[in-house]
Write a protein of this length. Structure first.
Length: 407
């Protein structure tokens, strides 16, 4: 296993993403998950990423018993959507320590920041909370994961002495979200970078269009699309660790093999050119032509224009429309804590079209997105999410009170 330095620590270049563990009969298959996670740790993986939202922290705590906790760095996150004040932060953290059966968390993140959740967390004192936890030795490294725009990313980076950040990065998302610009910006400040979604939610490894397959077949060294995607991320010296949400034994073995070999700057020019050709082909196959630059934002009606197009393009390029419709409803329906940012919210003011360097007919495209991607899911998910949030807040407070009375 190769390791890369991060401040005073070293992380395996491959991290275990525990978001999608193996399942059986509709539930997580704990026995298989335990074997997989322990196998990865035994083979050098020393970073495991989880979150309250993945609803498996207690399960990971059980898996890491018998001495495995000491062999691995636990990364978990503080969910902005469950927070109204400092007390909520303290309650969630208390429950997390209990779930992991530990006294400290190695890598602790503010989860999924974007412009609005960053503003909210900053005002509620999340940075002071992180500092307090660090001073008390309850977290060793403070960071944030990110799904917003470049301007917000830089603002967050500049606002605190972060140890690390976590960004979505793959060869199709070089310009999206924090992107390459954000990657370099954070690295220049000495902040460690954990990469999520190296396979873009699995889209770069499944249902490969024949036009893309033809390009991969031109490679001198034959590799799977997953290997090309992982090697492309690890080719960046700025990247500390890349997360893969592994739940198949053969994928774990393959990823570990790659993580034993993929040094920074190890891809040859002709290999990088091949990946560039694949990227161009995917771009040709996409319907909107949006590059994700976000110059059109913010929209006064709250439409997340770039993300609407990203979901729409994904649905039509990778042949997984139903799954993407669900992700569209979830991702855009709850992005501002239950206030939807769907294409159908467009008020046709025309402001965005004046700023698009690609000259895209944004309003017409949003009509297409709205007709194609919206329906029962987009109507029901935001209100259901609000109910879930209220329920979750009550349960968190109850659990924290119970822990207090037991101590
Ligand atoms: S035209 Fe629609 S999407 Fe564009 S800025 Fe106006 S309301 Fe927002
Ligand atoms: S619609 Fe145009 S301005 Fe907006 S993100 Fe896409 S390419 Fe950029």
């Amino acid at each position: 296993m190769l390791y890369r330095k991060i401040r005073n620590d070293k992380l395996s270049v491959l991290g275990f993403g525990a978001m999608r563990l193996p399942s059986k009969n509709g539930r997580t298959d704990e026995k298989r998950a335990k074997e997989q996670i322990r196998y990865a740790i035994d083979n050098g993986v020393n970073y495991i990423d989880t979150a309250v939202a993945y609803m498996n922290e207690p399960l990971i705590g059980r898996i890491l018993s018998d001495g495995y906790r000491e062999k691995v760095k636990i990364a978990t996150k503080l969910p902005p959507w469950n927070i109204e004040n400092m007390e909520d932060m303290a309650n969630i953290f208390k429950i997390q320590l209990e779930s992991f059966r530990t006294d400290y968390i190695d890598y602790y993140l503010l989860h999924g920041l974007n412009h609005s959740s960053w503003e909210k967390m900053r005002k509620l004192g999340a940075l002071e909370f992180l500092t307090k936890l660090k001073n008390e030795g309850k977290i060793l490294n403070a960071g944030f994961s990110f799904h917003g725009d470049k301007k917000t990313f830089k603002e967050i980076v500049d606002s605190y002495d972060w140890d690390f950040c976590m960004i979505q990065y793959n060869y199709l998302d070089e310009e999206n979200q924090a992107g390459k610009e954000g990657l370099k910006y954070a690295a220049n400040k000495g902040i460690g970078i954990i990469v999520m979604e190296p396979f873009r939610g699995g889209n770069l490894t499944k249902n490969i269009p024949p036009e893309v397959k033809n390009i991969w077949n031109q490679a001198k060294i034959k590799r799977t699309p997953a290997e090309w995607a992982l090697r492309w991320v690890l080719n960046h010296p700025e990247v500390t660790c890349v997360l893969s949400g592994m739940n198949e034994e053969e994928h774990i073995t393959e990823n570990i093999r790659i993580a034993n070999e993929a040094l920074p700057n190890s891809l040859q020019n002709e290999e990088l050119e091949l990946i560039e050709k694949v990227k161009d082909k995917y771009r040709d196959l996409m319907k909107t032509g949006c590059t994700g630059c976000r110059y059109c934002l913010p929209c006064p009606a709250g439409v997340e224009i770039a993300r609407c197009f990203e979901f729409y393009d994904t649905a039509h390029t990778f042949g997984n429309k139903r799954q993407t419709q669900l992700l569209y409803a979830l991702g855009l329906g709850v992005i501002h804590e239950g206030t939807p940012a769907y294409a159908s919210k467009c008020k046709k003011c025309g402001k965005c079209e004046n700023h698009c360097p690609q000259d895209l007919p944004i309003m017409d495209l949003l009509d297409e997105v709205s007709k194609d991607m919206e329906g029962i899911l987009t109507k029901t998910i935001p209100p259901l999410y609000k109910v879930y949030l209220s329920f979750n807040k009550i349960m968190t407070r109850r659990k924290a009170n119970k822990l207090d009375s037991n101590n």
